[in-house]
Design a protein around this ligand. Structure first.
Ligand code: E4P
Length: 214
C-alpha cells in the first residue's frame, strides 16, 4: 500500500519524506489556505521535495474552466496529478485529461456508484472520503470495501486512494482490504509506529544494559 501525506505544509512533508516512507502528496484548497502561501509556490516546493504523484486541485466548476486549469497544473511538473470533483463536468474533464496524458485524482467521492463513474471516465485515482462519512454516521470503510469489489469485478486500473483519514484504524482497515493508497495526515503517520509496549521494552532493555559489564 502506498503512503501519501495529506498536507500542504512543506515542513511536515520534509519530515515525512526523511522517514523514507513517502510515495506521494495530496493537497486541497483548504490545506493550501492553511499555509497562508501562494498556491503555485507551495505546489512547486512540494514537487522539489517528493518525487511521486502530487495532487493539486482545480477550483473551476465548469468543463472549460477545469480543462484550462488541468493544463496549467500539469505544466508545473510531470508528477502533478490534477484533482477534479465528482461532478458531471468533473468527469468530462477526467476523460479529456485521460485522452491527453494528464493524470487525475477524482475527489469528494462518497458513494460506490460515483467511484464506478470515475473509473469509467479514466481516472488514475479515486478519493473516497472515509472520515467525513464516519462523521455523519455512515461507515466510511464500507465504501472502500464496495469500491474495491466493483473495481475488481471489471479490472479497472483506477487506484483506490483512501482519503479523509482520521486514525490509524482507518489505515489498518485500508491495508487489510487491499486499498492501493492511503493519504494520511502527518499526526496519524506519527501514530502508526507508536506502541506503549515498544517504549516499555526499550526502557527495560536500556536499564538491563547498564548491568552488563563493559
Ligand atoms: C483528500 O485528498 C483530502 O485532501 C482529504 O483527505 C480530506 O480530508 P478531511 O476530511 O480531513 O478534510
Amino acid at each position: 500500500m502506498k503512503f501519501f501525506i495529506d498536507t500542504a505544509d512543506v515542513a511536515e512533508i520534509r519530515e515525512a519524506q526523511s522517514f523514507g516512507l513517502l510515495d506521494g502528496v495530496t493537497t486541497n484548497p483548504s490545506l493550501i489556505a492553511r499555509t497562508g502561501r501562494k498556491f503555485r509556490d507551495v505546489i512547486e516546493e512540494i514537487c522539489e521535495i517528493v518525487d511521486g504523484p502530487i495532487s493539486a486541485e482545480a477550483v473551476s466548476l465548469d468543463f472549460e474552466g477545469m480543462r484550462k486549469e488541468a493544463k496549467e497544473l500539469a505544466a508545473i511538473h510531470e508528477n502533478i496529478v490534477v484533482k477534479l470533483p465528482l461532478t458531471l463536468d468533473g468527469l468530462k474533464t477526467v476523460r479529456w485529461c485521460s485522452d491527453n496524458g494528464i493524470a487525475t485524482n477524482v475527489t469528494l467521492c462518497f458513494s460506490p456508484l460515483q467511484a464506478l463513474m470515475a473509473a469509467k471516465a479514466g481516472a488514475d485515482y479515486i478519493s473516497p472520503f472515509v472520515g467525513r462519512l464516519d462523521d455523519v454516521g455512515h461507515d466510511g470503510m464500507e465504501l472502500i470495501s464496495q469500491i474495491i469489489e466493483i473495481y475488481g469485478n471489471y479490472n479497472f486500473d483506477t487506484e483506490v486512494l483512501v482519503a479523509s483519514i482520521r486514525s490509524p484504524t482507518h489505515v489498518l482497515e485500508a491495508a487489510r482490504m487491499g486499498a492501493d493508497v492511503c493519504t494520511i495526515p502527518f499526526n496519524v503517520i506519527q501514530k502508526l509506529v507508536h506502541h506503549p509496549l515498544t517504549d516499555q521494552g526499550i526502557e527495560k532493555f536500556l536499564e538491563d544494559w547498564k548491568k552488563v559489564p563493559h
